[in-house]
Design a protein around this ligand. Sequence first.
Ligand code: PEP
Ligand code: MG
Length: 583
Amino acid sequence: MDILKGIPVSPGIVIGKAFILDPEDIKIPRTTIEEADIPKEIARFEDALTRTRAQILEIQERIGREMGAEHSDIFTAHVLVLEDRMLIEEVIRDLKTKRQAVEHIFMEVLKRYGNAFSKIDDEYLRERVSDIQDVGKRVLHNLIGSERFNLANLNDEVVVFAYDLSPSDTATMHRERVVGFATDIGGRTSHTAIMARSLEIPAVVGLGDATQKVQSDDPVIVDGNHGLVIIQPDAPTLEKYIRARGRFEDFVRTLDKFKELPARTTDGHEVTLAANIELPDEIPHCISHGAQGIGLYRTEYFYMNRVDLPSEDEHFEAYRNVAEKVKPHPVIIRTLDLGGDKFLSSLEVPREMNPFLGWRAIRFCLARPDIFKVQLRAILRAAVHGKLKLMYPMISGLEELRQANQILSEAKEALRREGKEFDEHIEVGAMIEIPSAALTADVLAKESAFFSIGSNDLIQYSLAVDRVNEKIAYLYEPAHPAILKLIKNVIDAGHRNKIWVGMCGEMGGDPVLAVILLGLGLDEYSMSPVIIPEIKKVIRSISLKEAQEIALKSLELTTGAQIRSFVRERIKHILPEVLGEEG
Ligand code: PEP
Ligand code: MG
């Protein structure tokens, strides 16, 4: 039995069988060959090079067409690696002298190249190591005919173990067959973790070396409440977890009765509890957990796992569908938030050194109004069919907000000219998720219909803690006094300017923090639907007056840990299952 500790990211307990997804090192057989087989091996090698070249050129052509030549240049370097005579000749020479299958020989040559390049005292050349590795992997895949396993094709119920899962992996995952997952890296607000909560799949991330410790088909337990993964549990542990699973399911059932009730404090103050979605098929979950609308629709998932960009009509159909299903409640559509840990197959934006600080989200959309306008037009048109609002991600200051609004006006103007029906008065809000925006909220509020605080990013940028890096997850503290001060500033600025302020980051779904936010005056909370009933119970069990007093006292404390333990003591009687000693 092995017990591994990671970061709990999606609640629940699951007992199942392990499935290891795509171990990072491709397994290369070391087969000896006869002299007579050498020409055949050379032919296989050349065939793999030709196929790889064709694949890369295809990607390059598409990116060039969709995004301009400067973005497709990186692939020229990849093609050059494939055409490198020295590399090819070295493989053929080793093949003849060492008499081993070409996969093995090629991998050895790649390693030698990698080592030699990484020692060169020239940054440009050192960076070519990753090109060589990228291309090398493609050639190896073509040689051994393997591709990354597609999680949509599972036959049995499994707990997926992976070094990492990309948000696009999670989006295509077979909903019924993947019953839990565990990854070596990642943090609580990585998009893979957020997706797990949306899908209500118990999950633990940041486990370090889980994929090394587990074997395929091992019996495993994932405890998404406490961040534990147990490999090959012994009989008493298994029994303990069967009981714990039962207790957790009972607790979730007791929350059922809160679904239909308003999120109203004991002294009559009401807030809105909405849900976050990544894909429209999550809407039934939101409704069944009592969400009063969608506070964040992460539309970038719509661009994932496809080779082309969605057309205006495709966008329109998706948004209309969501608007109609959620009506009369509102749906806040966030415009494309590409980048950070979300990469789109159709828009292979070049890799950057600091992707979270790079050319992404609204920055990308402002640079590519052609792509941005397609989405804006669709949102404007779909808004006629329900209560749609729109918001921009990653606004850093007033110029960006104005530029985005200028493009929106142009989109409206074009629709007007074309005589298309659209919502002229759609409400437009700004996400506040960059410290500069939080500090100038007073200015932004004058030109926004509402604010939605993106705490996931606001925390990572304010505390300089990469939200997906498990090694520094201990520093990712939403209760940090600096964060509470920033949030207070945003809420006060919003209210001074008569606009409502919501939060769509994960912070609002933590019961301890939710009480502080209530006291600070937050108007709307949007979160993974599964957490709504729990937060509603907390809000219905406390008075606004008490929450205000708790928030005020919290602001006087000096560390996140102090703040947490103070609030936890004050409210643990409300949710003993989660906040009590046993919780
Ligand atoms: C946030 O940053 O808090 C947010 C809600 O957006 P995302 O998690 O998609 O970055
Ligand atoms: Mg964000």
